[in-house]
Ligand binder design. Structure first.
Ligand code: SF4
Length: 467
């Protein structure tokens, strides 16, 4: 049987001339995971439109398409194309799970929730000619998943081919996050077996790893055994966590010992009222400064994530947030305009309040205002968001944030990482076009080499939270 797996390009990633590096970072691990359930006799093809032109002239027996919100219309068009040719088409992923009634007319089968339980059952049914219209995941178990079919990934087209996921979901419940909608009806946070995760790591070449887990420090027992097992593997890695997990216990020290060199943290807002409104309890009342101090003392760089447009924001929020991030020595920042994704509690509340402006999913890319704002106008929000990016990544602020560290090595690493990420887009574009991205990995590994240091910031003068 010929099976084709497709990740259509996100709307914001599309341009024939310009490919931002962030869309060539990670291969589609979810699809490669599903591919592992196919039989060895099946002929498999995995295409990722972010890094290659799709070939749609083929005639597979089965087409599996992963749907996110800003590729939804493209995914539906591809699904319609293949169905017209007589292929059997399945849709799954965050958006198809959030809005099954929208996806169903474009698919022969849709998968709701994570695919590890539903896809194997679907394959059995499909081969027996009795596939169902919809498969709902309820089991939630990844302890026995087969090794990911990484052989289907075109490694040379990605900056970080060694991405890995060892858990599913997250233990928290933020109102704006897709997570609860995706995992509705069952467990919403579960992990692989530690030995299986270590075996997967062992199969990956080179030193660098990027854990794509929503919360790598979310389960103390699992993470602590994982980091213990990773000691001596000579890895450097990046991942995501929350402020409270960094402040609690000794897990972050164990992670640093195992090779954690950079971490993504959802600070989201410096305003407690906004945190409460978003049900971001894990950040409420937590000392951001102390968490940052701890990370810097372990030589871990920080990618801070911030959301603008929460109801308690006013026009001062942009400068306030950027000044804080720079003063704290945050290495890179990701800013977002608040976006109510369908089926989240935020969306339901905004819909009930009549605040959803339209359902043009292509524009739900966290760079555009798609809801009725409060506190500041849509134009102020968009301008402030653009200003925040430009200001944070000005050379002046990159330099200012870099010198918050006490060791010269940490300063240089910070400067190289932040500058390299945002200031060399034409060079990244060239490497993407010439398929040379993967050759730069040793540079990233060097930047992520070990550094320890005290924190130069004034720890006793925390930046006051607004609101
Ligand atoms: S902590 Fe992050 S992944 Fe977890 S629910 Fe909140 S936004 Fe989602």
């Amino acid at each position: 049987m010929k099976v084709k797996f497709i990740l259509p390009a996100l709307m914001e990633a599309k341009s024939p001339f310009w490919r931002p590096i962030k869309y060539s970072l990670f291969p589609p691990l979810g699809l490669a995971t599903l591919a592992a359930y196919c039989s060895p006799e099946d002929e498999l093809d995995l295409q990722d439109e972010h890094v290659e032109e799709l070939n749609t002239d083929d005639q597979p027996d089965l087409v599996i398409i992963q749907v996110y919100i800003t590729n939804a219309f493209r995914a539906y068009a591809l699904a319609d194309h293949y169905r017209k040719k007589g292929c059997y088409v399945c849709l799954g992923g965050l958006h198809a799970s959030s809005l099954p009634e929208e996806a169903i007319p474009h698919a022969d089968t849709i998968f709701i929730g994570p695919g590890e339980d539903t896809f194997p059952q679907f394959l059995i049914d499909f081969r027996n000619g009795r596939a169902k219209k919809m498969y709902l995941n309820a089991k939630r178990e990844i302890e026995t998943i087969p090794p990911i079919r990484r052989d289907l990934i075109k490694h040379h087209l990605y900056f970080v081919p060694n991405s890995i996921v060892v858990s599913r979901g997250c233990p928290h419940h933020c109102d704006f996050c897709y997570k609860d909608a995706f995992f509705e009806g069952g467990k919403s946070f579960y992990t692989q077996r530690v030995d299986a995760a270590l075996a997967e790591i062992d199969r990956l070449p080179g030193r660098h790893l990027y854990f794509l887990d929503g919360h790598l420090l979310g389960n103390y027992k699992f993470s602590s055994a994982l980091f213990e097992g990773m000691k001596g593997m000579n890895r450097v890695f990046q991942g995501a966590s929350t402020v409270d997990a960094i402040l609690r216990g000794d897990l972050i020290e164990k992670a640093a010992e195992a090779g954690l060199r950079s971490i993504f943290i959802g600070f989201e807002t410096l305003n407690p009222k906004n945190l409460a409104q978003s049900n971001k309890k894990q950040n409420l009342g937590k000392d951001y400064n102390e968490a940052i101090k701890r990370l810097h003392s372990l030589g871990i760089m920080i990618n801070g994530s911030f959301v603008f447009g929460l109801d308690d924001d006013d026009k001062d929020v942009f400068k306030y947030t950027v000044d804080w991030a720079v003063s704290q020595g945050i290495t890179t920042s990701t800013f977002h305009i608040l976006t109510p994704y369908p089926s989240t509690r935020l969306y339901q509340q905004m819909e009930a309040d009549g605040r959803i402006l339209h359902r043009d999913w292509d524009k739900y890319d966290t760079r555009q205002v798609v809801y009725q704002t409060k506190g500041l106008s849509a134009a102020e929000l968009k301008q402030g968001y653009d200003w925040a990016y430009n200001s944070f990544y000005s050379w002046q602020n990159i330099a200012k944030a870099s010198v918050q560290h006490d060791s010269v090595k940490h300063m240089l690493k910070h400067f190289a990482y932040a500058g390299g990420w945002k200031k060399f887009e034409p060079a990244w574009n060239f490497l993407i076009k010439t398929q040379g991205l993967n050759k730069t990995l040793p540079v990233l590994e060097a930047i992520l080499s070990k550094v320890r240091g005290k924190d130069k910031r004034e720890p006793l003068q925390p930046f006051p939270a607004i609101g």
